[in-house]
Design a protein around this ligand. Structure first.
Ligand SMILES: OC[C@H]1O[C@@](CO)(OC[C@@]2(O[C@H]3O[C@H](CO)[C@@H](O)[C@H](O)[C@H]3O)O[C@H](CO)[C@@H](O)[C@@H]2O)[C@@H](O)[C@@H]1O
Length: 587
């Protein structure tokens, strides 16, 4: 709970709590009533997170320009200083960290101020130029609501915190090309440098019924020319937001710098559309400036996604400190806009994830950054526990509303698995039809998170294992249907197949629970599902965690380790905003 400011204007006084004007000070004349008021408000804010990044108040969306510079990690993000809703006047808020988990806020890095960003400073990326010189390319919404690309540089490069940024006087550097609408040209990627020294960057767009990554080239990072063809475009897609284009090593979990081009890397193209982050692995043919995907986007459930739940506008960066590539994304709310006004905030950032190419070369693997483990507190574990059909057991001894769980399942007699109905190809639909209450053979088995003791409220993260001819198919689901007794929440069920062979590998799950967000990594990070839930009763100490098996065949929990998670230090930025009356946020 952030009690931001007391303002005394003349004889009147009010209190800003999470950015909302909530009470006259008459009510708070003595310390006792202030304390009870705080307790009351705490009870009203059970959905704020303990270790996921969120701003103290207001609306937050895309991560922008993440980078590692002179010993400091930087996270900029889309932020509305005026409201818990998205709107005009978006800024680049700025936080810094030494470990990607604990963050301290700094002054906003970019705020609308010039003709080329008069309305808003929208998403973009950072690039570290040779000589350790960081720069930002971002989308400005100009006074005519056109999207243009702008450059900003640090005022003082020797300041590791990069607090002040200066907008280039010659902005904008790129404007919507012919045939591209003024509102379909945004979100520059991190730029990369070709072997001949040419800088390249792609901008998300939509033209001629295709979503695309328009390629621009430059010799000096200031003068940019559009390449004849987009780096890649796809007919099956809408407007591409926040594209990302980066190399991945074919034989190592290490990351590589965005400019690396050699035979030991492949390239990944990511585009955000249709509320999801889709990606495809492929080959970057430098000479032709073409990206050749192994598989084109299909606009169906067959496309690869970073996350099969809520995870949007992600951005990756190469972390030179630990030679890894890190991915972060915006996780939006599933409650109503009215709820967001009441809470005074909206939007979270995912836990930063390390990403690398799976050994099979077909897809990426993701895992929470190792620094997260530093928040692990009390641990409980279970080994070799048989889960008979219909059984449920409580994992007690940890803070179930704030936890990190790793669990591995062994499936004896795999051959008894039921055959998959091959007419069902969309995993999300299967998870929805065959939710956690529907008994199969192997599955549903998994975890019941943020559950009441009597299981009235529960979010089930579970697996089903099917036979498919001589092979097996492992389905992972996150079922939010019973996540809350509250109505008017989006309780969509999510699902994904996991590319593992249960004959050779145990079915594993790592789940991060943090009050209103659940991030689940199946099959050692081969499929990930993030969800937002808002239990009415299963909050704080009333939240419980269970392992369950609702399949007709028994399964064995070969290993379960669960940790209480400590709170991360995430402090507010340097500037406190006051409420603008233009943006009505009255309760
Ligand atoms: O903050 C601007 C950046 O966000 C992006 C991707 O998230 O585009 C957002 C977008 O606006 C929609 O999304 C808002 C939340 O992200 C939502 O509240 C709003 O109502 C939506 O319109 O902006 C355009 C124009 O409105 C829309 O097409 C996008 O989805 C990114 O592309 C921006 O740089």
């Amino acid at each position: 709970m952030d009690i931001s400011l007391f303002l005394f204007v003349g004889f009147s006084c009010f209190l800003l709590i999470n950015g909302n004007k909530v009470e006259d000070c008459d009510y708070l004349t003595d310390k006792t009533s202030l304390q009870s008021f705080q307790v009351l408000l705490q009870a009203e804010q059970p959905y704020r997170t303990a270790y996921h990044f969120q701003s103290p108040q207001n609306w937050l969306n895309d991560p922008n320009g993440p980078m590692y510079y002179k010993g400091v990690y930087h996270l900029f993000y889309q932020y509305n200083p005026n409201s818990a809703w998205f709107g005009d006047g978006m800024v680049w808020a700025h936080s810094a960290s030494y470990d990607l988990i604990n963050w301290f806020g700094l002054d906003h890095a970019l705020v609308p101020s010039e003709p080329f960003d008069a309305i808003s400073c929208w998403s973009g990326s950072a690039t570290i130029l040779p000589g350790d010189k960081p720069v930002i390319l971002y989308t400005g919404i100009d006074a005519n609501y056109n999207q243009v690309q702008n450059l900003a540089t640090p005022k003082n490069e020797s300041d590791p915190l990069l607090v002040e940024w200066v907008k280039y006087f010659g902005n904008p550097l790129m404007t919507p090309p012919d045939g591209v609408k003024g509102d379909n040209f945004r979100d520059p990627t991190t730029a990369w440098q070709g072997p001949d020294g040419t800088w390249k960057v792609v901008i998300g767009s939509y033209s001629n019924n295709q979503g695309m990554a328009i390629l621009f080239q430059s010799q000096d990072f200031v003068h940019w020319t559009m390449h004849r063809d987009p780096l890649y475009s796809s007919l099956k897609t809408e407007m591409w937001e926040c594209p990302d284009f980066f190399p991945v090593s074919i034989n190592s979990t290490n990351g590589v710098d965005t400019s690396v081009e050699n035979p030991s890397v492949r390239h990944v193209m990511k585009a955000s559309f249709n509320s999801h982050d889709y990606y495809t692995v492929g080959t970057y043919v430098t000479e032709q400036e073409r990206f050749l995907p192994d598989a084109d986007f299909t606009g169906t459930s067959l496309d690869l996604r970073f996350d099969y739940g809520k995870f949007y506008a992600s951005k990756s960066f190469f972390d030179g400190k630990k030679n890894r590539r890190i991915l972060c994304a915006w996780v939006n709310e599933s409650d109503s806009m009215e709820d967001d006004l009441k809470k005074g905030w909206s939007g979270l950032q995912s836990i930063p994830r390390q990403i690398w190419l799976d050994l099979n070369g077909k897809q990426l693997v993701q895992w929470p950054v190792e620094e997260l483990n530093s928040l692990r507190g009390n641990e409980v574990y279970v080994y070799d526990k048989q889960l008979e059909s219909g059984s449920v057991f409580e994992v007690s001894g940890i803070t179930a509303s704030q936890a990190d769980i790793e669990i591995m399942f062994e499936l004896p007699k795999l051959e008894e698995a039921e055959f998959i109905d091959t007419s069902l190809v969309d995993p999300q639909l299967i998870c929805d039809k065959q939710d956690a209450s529907v008994t199969g053979k192997f599955g549903p088995f998994g975890l019941l998170a943020l559950a009441t003791k009597d299981l009235t409220e529960q979010t089930a993260i579970f697996f089903r294992v099917f036979r498919d001819h001589k092979d097996y198919k492992v389905l992972m689901c996150s079922d939010q249907k019973r996540s809350s007794l509250r109505n008017e929440l989006d309780k969509t069920t999510y699902g994904a197949f996991i590319d593992i062979d249960p004959q050779r590998e145990m079915v594993s799950l790592r789940t991060l629970i943090d009050h209103s967000i659940i991030e689940s990594f199946g099959g050692k990070g081969r499929s990930v599902i993030t969800t937002r839930v808002y239990p009415k009763l299963a909050i704080y100490d009333e939240a419980h965690l269970f392992a369950f098996n609702n399949g007709s065949l028994s399964v064995t929990v070969s290993r379960l380790n669960a940790w209480s998670m400590n709170k991360a230090q995430i402090t507010a930025g340097g500037k406190t905003e006051t409420i603008s009356e233009d943006f009505s946020r009255k309760k």
